[in-house]
Design a protein around this ligand. Structure first.
Ligand SMILES: [Zn+2]
Ligand SMILES: [Zn+2]
Length: 273
């Protein structure tokens, strides 16, 4: 095995604490402070990929988590979108493993320094995260050297059985990943399984299906359309960017409810525009 030689003592310390949760034989979850990182591929697979990278300064912990499960680095990093809590450690990880970062063409302007996301809307809900959201970084990240557009045919590089679906609304180039064979859906922030506007959500995770995190969602019509598309796939297992996995009847009912009451459940009453 091609072990990296520059593991710092910090990483070795984190090694003991990094908890990788195996969801299915070839899907694993690593929960960072605010968002989820997924690993697609069995520990014995030659090709596996990392989905999203958490906030900044999480790279050492993510590397430690990865090295608990795999002997080899991922073939690529795929971003569901470019918000700071998904792209934060992308550059450091891409550099460390020397792998490309893939994102949707429409998300790339937010990743190569061309465009900036609109600032977060703190008026959308009463929770701690939305009160703090004005201080969340929205500065243009620049990972130009590493980022590449996903193939236009909907393919996920290196993984033959996975496809991506353009699910805009939360951001213009947001994607979800789907595997038809077992109807596993990785939804990024197109939906959430924890109430993103509640400060209690982080302490008492009640698994329920919600719309996208409101303070950063820029187009509610697109967001609703994207939720409809995801529901029409009839997913059996949902892995969101925030919150715990959801499956079976709870998931089915959750999508029915979210679609029927999208305006009530997802769209903030006092949104800025
Ligand atoms: Zn987001
Ligand atoms: Zn997020």
């Amino acid at each position: 095995m091609d072990k990296h030689t520059d593991l710092s003592s910090d990483i070795e310390l984190d090694m003991e604490h990094a908890v990788v949760e195996e969801i299915t034989a070839d899907v694993a979850l690593y929960r960072t402070l605010v968002s989820n990182v997924y690993m697609l591929g069995k520990p014995t697979d030659k090709n596996w990929i990392l989905i999203d990278t958490g906030i900044a300064h999480y790279h050492e912990r993510i590397i430690a988590a990865v090295e608990k499960r795999y002997d080899i680095p991922p073939k690529a990093i795929i971003l569901t979108h470019g918000h700071f809590d998904h792209v934060g450690s992308a550059k450091k990880l891409a550099k460390y493993w020397n792998v490309p970062i893939y994102a949707h063409t429409k998300e790339i302007p937010f990743l190569d320094g061309t465009s900036q996301y609109p600032p977060a809307d703190p008026t959308v809900g009463g929770g701690l995260l939305s009160l703090l959201s004005p201080v969340f970084p929205t500065d243009a990240v620049n990972i130009k050297r590493w980022v590449e557009p996903l193939p236009e045919d909907g393919h996920i590089p290196f993984l033959a059985d996975w496809n991506y679906i353009h699910t805009p609304g939360h951001t213009p180039g947001h994607i979800s990943l789907f595997r038809e064979q077992d109807k596993t859906l990785i939804a990024g922030d197109a939906v959430s399984t924890e109430n993103p506007e509640s400060s209690l959500a982080m302490l008492l995770p009640i698994i329920k299906l919600y719309g996208p995190p409101a303070y950063f969602t820029h187009d509610w019509e697109d967001a609703e359309q994207s939720v409809n598309i995801l529901a029409s796939l009839d997913p059996k297992l949902l892995l969101a960017g925030h919150g715990l996995p959801m499956q079976g009847k709870a998931l089915e009912d959750g999508f029915k409810k979210l679609i029927a009451d999208f305006h009530e459940i997802a769209i903030p009453k006092h949104k800025r525009n």
